[in-house]
Design a protein around this ligand. Structure first.
Ligand code: FUB
Length: 354
C-alpha cells in the first residue's frame, strides 16, 4: 500500500459552507466531510470530485472521479488550472446510501512516466483484476493514457511503468461488450490536445477544421486480452446528424471531450460533452466503433465550464453521474452528483436539468 494512502472513510452529515480564502484569492467553501443522499446533491464534500465514471461491481456502485484541488496555477486555455495529483475511489451499497471515500488510490508520484494533471479516469474489470485508465501529462507537456491495476475495485492501484502505446489525448472510457471484448475511447479538444494530432502523430500545432468541415472525432480501439494495450490502431469515431451527414466543426452538437459508452437492448449509446455549448449529448449506433447518430441532450448545462458524466444501470434502474461547480463557484473545484435517468428501450434518453 503506498504511504500516501489514507484509511477508507465513510462520510455522513450535513453540508456546511464555510468561506475561506483559496489559492486563487477568492473564497471557496471549506470541505466538511459531509454527504447527502439527496438526488443531485454532492456524493461527498470532504474533497472536490469531478468527471465520474460509475461501475456496478460486487453489488455496489464504484465511482472513479477526478480529484479536484485548489491550485496556484493560473487558469489558461489549456486547462492548466485543472491541476489534479491523485485519484480517490468512491463507493456506495445502495442508491442514495452512505458513500465511502476509499482515500488516495493512485498518486502521480507513483506513475513513472507522468508529471501532472491526472484528469478524467475510467475503470474496467476482467478475471479478478480491476484496471484504472487515466490521462496525465508527461514532462514533455503531452497528455498520454496510462493504466494501473488492482485486485480490489477500491484500489490501491499500481501503475504500469509506461503509458499505453498508440493511445493519446485525454478522457479514457472503457466499454466491455456482451461478447467480452473491451474498447477504449479517448479524446478531448483544446486542453485535451486532440487537435494537435495528424492521424496518430502528435504535431504540437493546433489545427481545427473549418466550421463547415467534418468535426474532429474521438478515438476508439479494441483493447488487448490483457487489457493493458491497444489490440489495434485507434480509429476516429464519426458522429452523424439526422440526415446521416457527419457533424461539422461549427455545429454546436459536435464532440468536444468526455466520451462514455453504454449499451441497452442492442443499441450502443455514445455520450459526450459538447464543450463550449456545455451539454452532455448522446448519439446511438449499431457497433461500438460507430458511426453514431446524434439523438439529443442528456444533461443541460451545469454550473461551471466543463461537463462530464457516465451512465450506469443498477438493479434495473438507470442513473446519470455528473459534476457541477455549484458548491465552490470555481470551474476547477467540482462535485460529483447522481440522479435517476429515464431511458427508453430504444435508447431514447429524457433530458436531465441539473
Ligand atoms: O477534469 C479535467 C477535464 O475537465 C476533464 O478531463 C474533462 O473532461 C473536463 O471535465
Amino acid at each position: 500500500m503506498p504511504p500516501h494512502r489514507r484509511a477508507a472513510q465513510v462520510v455522513a452529515g450535513a453540508v456546511v459552507m464555510t468561506a475561506l480564502v483559496g489559492c486563487q484569492g477568492e473564497p471557496v467553501p471549506e470541505p466538511t466531510g459531509g454527504v447527502s443522499g439527496e438526488p443531485g446533491a454532492p456524493l461527498v464534500d470532504g474533497i472536490f470530485t469531478a468527471d465520474p465514471s460509475g461501475h456496478v461491481w460486487a453489488g455496489g456502485l464504484y465511482v472513479y472521479p477526478s480529484h479536484d484541488v485548489p491550485t496556484d496555477v493560473a487558469p489558461d486555455d489549456d486547462g492548466s488550472q485543472y491541476d489534479m495529483r491523485d485519484y480517490h475511489v468512491l463507493s456506495m451499497g445502495r442508491p442514495g446510501g452512505p458513500v465511502t471515500d476509499h482515500g488516495v488510490v493512485l498518486d502521480v508520484a507513483d506513475v513513472p512516466w507522468a508529471e501532472k494533471q491526472l484528469w478524467a479516469p475510467d475503470a474496467a474489470h476482467k478475471d479478478g483484476t480491476y484496471y484504472l485508465y487515466f490521462p496525465a501529462k508527461a514532462p514533455d507537456g503531452v497528455f498520454r493514457i496510462g493504466v494501473a491495476t488492482s485486485t480490489d475495485p477500491a484500489g490501491p492501484f499500481v501503475a504500469q511503468p509506461e503509458p499505453m502505446a498508440g493511445a493519446y489525448s485525454i478522457d479514457p472510457a472503457v466499454f466491455t461488450d456482451a461478447d467480452g471484448a473491451s474498447y477504449l475511447y479517448t479524446g478531448g479538444l483544446r486542453g485535451g490536445q486532440l487537435q494537435r494530432y495528424d492521424g496518430d502523430t502528435y504535431t504540437g500545432r493546433d489545427v481545427y477544421p473549418a466550421d463547415d468541415e467534418p468535426a474532429i472525432g474521438p478515438r476508439v480501439a479494441r483493447l488487448s486480452d490483457d487489457m493493458l494495450q491497444l489490440a489495434e490502431p485507434a480509429r476516429e469515431v464519426v458522429l452523424l446528424d439526422e440526415d446521416g451527414v457527419p457533424l461539422t466543426q461549427g455545429d454546436p452538437r459536435r464532440f468536444f471531450e468526455a466520451s462514455w459508452m453504454f449499451a441497452t437492448g442492442g443499441t450502443y449509446c455514445f455520450m459526450y460533452s459538447t464543450g463550449d455549448t456545455h451539454r452532455l449529448a448522446y448519439a446511438t449506433g449499431g457497433s461500438p466503433y460507430g458511426p453514431f447518430t446524434y439523438r439529443g441532450t442528456v444533461l443541460d448545462p451545469v454550473q461551471g465550464w466543463t461537463t462530464h458524466g457516465s451512465v450506469v444501470e443498477w438493479d434495473g434502474a438507470w442513473y446519470l453521474l455528473y459534476h457541477s461547480a455549484a458548491r465552490s463557484g470555481r470551474d476547477n473545484l467540482r462535485d460529483v452528483r447522481m440522479v435517476r435517468l429515464e431511458l427508453g428501450p430504444d435508447g431514447t434518453i429524457a433530458t436531465v436539468t441539473p
